[in-house]
Design a protein around this ligand. Structure first.
Ligand SMILES: Cc1cc2nc3c(=O)[nH]c(=O)nc-3n(C[C@H](O)[C@H](O)[C@H](O)COP(=O)(O)OP(=O)(O)OC[C@H]3O[C@@H](n4cnc5c(N)ncnc54)[C@H](O)[C@@H]3O)c2cc1C
Length: 440
């Protein structure tokens, strides 16, 4: 078994709704479609397939939400991480990119629909996503983001310094970008709620059922766990960064990047009135990707990508995170300590958009959500269900490619990129005579 970060250390493990009662697959069963992986991608795919009338078995190696879906920071920001919308249009072609953009930018609304329809208790709040501009020069980039997402039909606008302070409680911002469709949630609660929804829709969901081997059986596929098997017409690997076996080479398609998260004890109500009063999802706008939000109890949950000493040295990292938070929000009491600290794995790909790989006739893998999995995993269900329902490849919003390994440079490219972003921020701050957060 592959070693991943400990699951039990997360805040969500302590606070999410319980998982539905499920157990391992026993014996041999047959189905139309087998989905492998019980994260957002696999669960929404299984639900969408049942809605289209297929019989579906879902096999999960551990438990629903064990992967990124149960341990992420809980931001549901329906945007793309790295590329602008125009970059995407150049990469995928205008028509296909516009279909993908339409789905991704609805990702938070789709999550809201799942949560409402299946009454999922997962602390869902859809109060918007704010990305701040800490230097005057950053306002041009913020303006361009706000305009491009508004032109794609999103509730997206630029706000001035006064409005930024009203939303965030921080006086540090020259303004920022507000995307009103952004939301946040308890990620494990959402995954477990989707697992309940899948069972309710008639998905045969088996946990502690790791797929070890896959073989062709006539015109069908046979997926084997340690002592049982599923015979199916089609299968979909939705195993993300937590791909563990299967013998298909899916884990070669991406490179793992760590992310780290820390959460305080609940902050007092009088502090919460001054710190992030809009209770949305928040990025301070720096390239080192410092993002934060509250959980329902009022704990502040912050996350970053490790780089150099950050992440490697835990006491140093905890101090850095607190210094950063208190620089942005001096109302956070000096005595505040981190009550939870955990890390997790991201499946990074060069394109930073999900990739679909053909594994054989009627067999597909989807990986590379690259850190935007809450909206992306949610919206992928419909795309993967369309694929399984024999949609013409050209009608899918993502191309189906031959399985290929991520280029070797992906081992260091994301950290080089982060270093470049840091340098870019420092140059911009120097040029504008502006201050940046400590050690940004
Ligand atoms: C620390 C951290 C913070 C993040 N923060 C955010 C955030 O704030 N917002 C956001 O949008 N995204 C965030 N992400 C990314 C997001 O969590 C992921 O992109 C998303 O959860 C991926 O969903 P998935 O369904 O594709 O895969 P996963 O949730 O990883 O699920 C894959 C599942 O497949 C199972 N599996 C693997 N191999 C097998 C096998 N052989 N047989 C059976 N089952 C198998 C695993 O056990 C796992 O449960 C974060 C990720 C991390 C790690």
């Amino acid at each position: 078994m592959t070693a991943f970060s400990p699951f039990e250390e997360t805040l969500w493990h302590a606070t999410a709704i319980p998982a539905p009662e499920t157990g391992p697959l026993e014996g041999e069963i047959a189905t139309d479609i087998c989905v492998v992986g019980g994260g957002y991608t696999g669960l929404t795919t299984a639900i969408e397939l049942r809605r289209r009338g297929c019989s579906v078995v879902l096999l999960e190696a551990q438990e629903a939400g064990f992967g990124g879906s149960g341990r992420n920071a809980g931001h549901c920001t329906p945007t793309f991480t790295h590329f602008s919308l125009n970059d995407l249009r150049k990469r995928l072609g205008r028509e296909r990119a516009d279909r993908l953009i339409a789905r991704q930018t609805r990702g938070a609304d789709m999550a809201a629909e799942f949560i409402r329809h299946y009454q999922i208790e997962c602390e869902w709040k859809q109060n918007g996503y704010f990305q701040g501009a800490l230097t005057p020069g950053r306002m041009a980039a913020v303006q361009s983001l706000a305009e491009s997402y508004a032109s794609a039909g999103c509730p997206s606008k630029v706000v001035d310094a006064g409005e930024a302070e009203r939303l965030t409680g921080s006086r540090r911002f020259h303004g920022g970008w507000l995307l009103q469709s952004g939301g946040h949630l308890n990620p494990l609660g959402y995954a477990r709620g989707l697992a309940r929804a899948a069972l309710q829709e008639g998905v045969q969901l088996y946990t502690r059922s790791r797929v070890n081997a896959v073989e062709r059986s006539g015109t069908r596929w046979c997926l084997r766990t340690s002592d049982s098997s599923v015979l199916c017409d089609k299968f979909i690997m939705a195993t993300g960064a937590y791909t563990d076996g299967g013998g298909l080479g899916v884990e070669k398609t991406y490179r793992i990047m760590q992310a780290l998260i820390a959460a305080t004890e609940p902050l007092p109500p009088e502090v919460r009135e001054q710190v992030l009063p809009f209770d949305g999802t928040m990025h301070d706008g720096c390239g080192d990707i410092f993002v934060y939000k509250y959980d329902r109890a009022g704990r502040m949950v912050v996350s970053m990508i490790p780089l150099g000493r950050r992440g490697r040295d835990r006491p140093y990292t905890k101090k850095l995170l607190m210094d950063r938070l208190r620089w942005l929000h001096p109302a956070v009491p000096e005595a505040t300590r981190w009550a939870f600290y955990w890390t997790g794995e991201l499946d990074m790909q060069r394109e930073t958009i999900p990739r679909l790989y053909a594994l054989g006739p009627g067999a597909l893998a989807c990986t590379g959500l690259s850190g935007r999995g809450v909206p992306t995993g949610t919206m992928l269900g419909g795309i993967l269900a369309d694929w399984a329902h024999a949609a013409a490849p050209e009608d899918l919003p993502l191309p189906v490619e031959r399985l290929k390994a991520a280029p070797a440079y992906m081992s260091f490219a994301p950290s080089l990129m982060l270093r470049w972003y840091g340098l870019r921020d420092r140059i911009a701050a120097f040029r504008d005579g502006a201050e940046l957060p400590p050690r940004a």
